[in-house]
Design a protein around this ligand. Sequence first.
Ligand code: CTP
Length: 400
Amino acid sequence: MNIVVGVTGGIAAYKAVGVVRFLVRAGHHVQVIATEHALRFVGAPTWEAISRNPLGADLYTDVSEVRHVALGQRADLVIIAPATANTLAKLAAGIADDLLGNTVLATRAPVLLAPAMHTEMWENAATRANLATLRGRGFHVVGPAVGQLTGTDSGAGRLSEPEEIVAAGLALVQSARDLAGRRILITAGGTREPLDPVRYLGNRSSGKQGIALAEAACARGAEVSLIAASVDEALPTHVRSRSVGTAAELAEAVHEELPATEIVIMAAAVADYRPVRVSETKIKKEDRGDTLTLELEKNPDILASLPPLATPGQIIVGFAAETARDRAHLLELGRAKLARKDCDYLCLNVVGWSDGFGADHNTVIMIDRAGEIRAEATGSKREVADAILDVLLAHPRPTP
Ligand code: CTP
């Protein structure tokens, strides 16, 4: 798992070394992000040696890799230990003036806070309010323990023990790893059919829904293989992926991976037709006159080719991009398409000049073989992805 450990400026930072050590020993990839104040307590060489990774400290290092969001996007879990009163206040306000603040805003992974501070600060109304805000937003909290504090005082505010923090963090992720051991093949993006060396016939699919499905399945423990057809944005580095261009290349890749897959999700928009002839040289206006007629031939239907090849227990899921606005009409088109393709589920997606493609949000109605609605989801593409995966998780599995 990719785990970010955020360390903030308190004396208890020295105990966070134990948290990192436990996680690394358990086989996790740990990225430590220390704030400037944390480094006054425990220095960079310690974090790098214990985590076996370069330290994340500065917002302006590795900017070309868009690190301020990449670390959060890649994380399966974020643990902040110790979380000082100042850090809680900054997180509650959504302040992102350092690498840790950016990472927390950019992550969709569970975030566990392990507060540590003096009792008066812990009991202060501002801290209580900040914590209530963070809890309300889904942050998780472990501790603090009651005991000896830094000075001669003792009370509530002592950082929980490293073992306890690690156990609380892993429990958050493991409870969500409901697809552990399931093998899922996901296609994303839109195929491009070349006309000549500089032009192609394509579609407006951005690949975002397919990528969100791959990331969600991966975070839930599945073994994911992503086949990306002309996806412009960066592919998630923690998901096994390959890129293809044409429908024929996509078909070849899907058929190659089918035998080792339990669930196939065809989220890619596949070109239905390709040019009969691909010009070896650039098509020139002078040679063609005022109009140009392209002769196209049908591409094979990849989704429809899968059910006859599928072995018992394999689940085949298609997507259907439709411009029908009327719900009854949309469902009618979807049921007919599902019957034509003979797949197990079809996710109906309304697209239009300004809907669906490229957006960060989506609306999907998922129907099953019987034409019944199994899920209706509206939200971020990640939320829609999770709703689809919930249905697949509930799909009956053959008895071994
Ligand atoms: N699909 C495919 N191969 C094709 C065309 C589509 O595998 N040659 C898959 C898509 O990946 C998607 C589903 O079929 O999962 C439906 O795609 P869609 O474009 O909505 O449907 P079409 O079959 O192309 O029908 P039409 O364009 O006429 O609506």
